[in-house]
Write a protein that binds this ligand. Structure first.
Ligand code: SAM
Ligand code: SF4
Ligand code: SF4
Length: 348
């Protein structure tokens, strides 16, 4: 057995202005998507001539791996690959293989709409992908299709789950964004479907991410309301969070039917525990899902910055971080502060 490669901490581990460490990195590998979910990339809203990033503009796998090493040296332990739709990025399993070898990274996860998973699940598993989160907003074929912007079929999402299981991903997270009057009627059907399986359904409050989704607060179904509805049918009890920076509130079914989670970024913001950085496909570092601008790391990479310079730049941006949008949502929205990065550019 080979000895583990020692971690080289090139910089003191940074904390931001609110004493939050940097432990998680979300990497968007592509901004394109084969869906047009109305809450993220609505077909009729994004500018007609919107230019998605071309190949040159996107970070190469070599560049992503270099940045991952720098982030790992600053304390990052978990990486999540996202998009747009990350499985549209060619040869993604190769990137997973490289990231799995980065010293310090002990968890690699993927968030996907699943359409391309049947083709790729086995290769991703072999490459070292540890966990998959699959987005699935309804079991009703018509509503599923509507929430994919008329691009997806529920059968494909269910096939994706089967493919992931067959490849050895025992327990998936299933993300459902709940919108009042659109898919909230189907919540109990989803619970019935996934109860008793190893998969953990997570209901996500609809958020005002980006500038295109026409967010209205009355479309948000607060977690408390969902918990009450589900508890009335299948009694629930709270489970303590595994780690402080876990975003989901966890519950288990009293009858032993497994677990369920809720991400309450609107009704119960968790900015105080937010230890995530986000990297866009063109190499910008975002310190909040609601940031208006990112810090350009690609420019540094492409002008020959060495590893120490890269790490120092990332650490400096993290130390400057003071974000807590969800805690200040009402105030910031009232002030008309509308500039925000789009969700499909940084992937949630
Ligand atoms: N395309 C992949 C997918 O859909 O799984 C990965 C990127 S997507 C932006 C990541 C997650 O963000 C998905 O689970 C999606 O449902 C969620 N999301 C997108 N827009 C949202 C919104 N307005 N509010 C809450 N969650 C949202
Ligand atoms: Fe695409 Fe995911 Fe956004 Fe839907 S949520 S449009 S699948 S990036
Ligand atoms: Fe983190 Fe920003 Fe979300 Fe707060 S609003 S939890 S700081 S990403």
């Amino acid at each position: 057995m080979t000895a583990p490669i020692p971690l080289t901490l090139v910089e003191p581990v940074p904390v931001d202005r609110r004493q939050r460490a940097l432990t998680d990195l979300r990497i968007s590998v592509v901004d394109r998507c084969n869906f047009r979910c109305p809450y993220c990339l609505p077909e009729d809203q994004y500018p007609e001539h919107h230019q998605f990033l071309d190949r040159q503009a996107r970070l190469s796998f070599e560049e992503i791996e270099r940045l991952a090493r720098a982030f790992a040296g600053l304390g990052v332990r978990k990486i999540r690959l996202t998009g747009g739709e990350p499985l549209l990025r060619r040869e993604l399993p190769l990137l997973v293989r490289w990231l799995a070898r980065v010293p310090g990274i002990d968890d690699i996860a993927l968030t996907t709409n699943g359409t391309l998973l049947p083709r790729l699940a086995g290769e991703l598993r072999d490459a070292g992908l540890g966990r998959i989160t699959l987005s699935l907003d309804s079991l009703d074929p018509t509503i599923y299709r509507q929430l994919s912007g008329n691009r997806g079929e529920i059968g494909e999402a269910l096939a994706a789950i089967a493919a992931a299981e067959a490849a050895g991903f025992a327990a998936l997270k299933i993300n459902c964004v709940v919108m009042r009057g659109i898919n909230d009627d189907g919540v109990l059907d989803l619970v019935a479907h996934f109860r008793g399986t190893p998969h953990v359904l997570r209901f996500i409050e609809y958020m005002d991410v980006g500038t295109l989704n026409g967010w209205q607060r009355d479309r948000v179904v607060p977690t408390a309301e969902l918990v009450a509805r589900i508890d009335a049918r299948w009694p629930l009890e709270p489970v303590s969070r595994a780690a402080r920076h876990d975003v989901a509130e966890r519950y288990r079914f009293v009858d032993g039917g497994g677990e369920i989670g809720f991400v309450s970024s609107v009704s119960s913001p968790f900015c105080g525990d937010c230890t995530r950085a986000r990297l866009s496909a063109d190499g910008k570092l975002y310190t909040c899902l609601f940031a208006s601008e990112g810090h350009d790391l690609r420019a540094l990479l492409r002008t020959g910055a060495d590893d120490a310079t890269l790490a120092a730049a990332i650490a400096a941006h993290w130390r400057e971080r003071d974000d807590r949008y969800s805690e200040r949502r009402a105030e910031l929205r009232a002030a008309g502060n509308e500039a925000r990065v789009e969700m499909f550019a940084i992937g949630g």
